[in-house]
Design a protein around this ligand. Structure first.
Ligand SMILES: [Zn+2]
Ligand SMILES: [Zn+2]
Length: 180
């Protein structure tokens, strides 16, 4: 996996890096799988455009993959596309990035630093994928969840339980564990 680039030789003509890398080559992403929080169904499609701009390096990045997540309401696993797009300004570690040089109007702007001859994108790729994983995954916006009385999946029909008075509380889900 070569997700780094040599700074010397970069110019204002963007260099494009494309690669397909295994998500589990990244320790934090492998950790997600081990804890059962997410399954990576496809390799990460990584596309970076790298150019030198004044004394910093500007990187436009896109990382896309497909993941399996467990719905936080009905616990069913569903598949979803995950796409992260971002811009990073890398400054040499010795000098702190000067805020004024960076236009803060750009969305998702990240300031980072590099040290030495190469910029290594590994940790940024990992970080960007982690940010895209939903904290409370939902198989669909209006997922009805599970019956608090019998545990039936209400998306596949009404179970007939009288749930008046119980209210629908997510804490009831604590009694269930994800089957895998
Ligand atoms: Zn659901
Ligand atoms: Zn029920």
């Amino acid at each position: 996996m070569v997700m780094k680039i040599r700074v010397e030789g970069l110019s204002d003509t963007p260099v494009v890096l494309s690669d397909r890398v295994k998500a589990t080559d990244f320790p934090a992403l492998a950790g997600l799988e081990e804890r059962g929080e997410c399954r990576f169904l496809e390799p990460l499609e990584v596309n970076f455009s790298v150019e030198k701009e004044y004394d910093h390096v500007r990187v436009h990045g896109r990382v896309a993959t497909k993941v399996g997540l467990a719905c936080s309401r009905c616990l069913a696993e569903y598949e979803t596309d995950l796409v992260a797009t971002f811009t990073i300004f890398y400054s040499k570690a010795s000098k702190m990035p000067v805020e004024e040089e960076v236009s803060l109007s750009e969305g998702d702007l990240i300031a980072a630093s590099y040290d030495g001859e190469y910029i290594d994108f590994t940790s940024e790729i990992e970080e960007q994928v982690l940010l895209e994983i939903p904290f409370k995954p939902l198989c669909r916006e209006d997922c009805k969840g599970l019956c608090v009385k019998c545990g039936a999946d209400l998306n596949s029909g009404e179970c007939g339980c009288d749930r008046s008075g119980t209210g629908f509380t997510f804490s009831a889900l604590k009694n269930f564990t994800v089957k895998r």
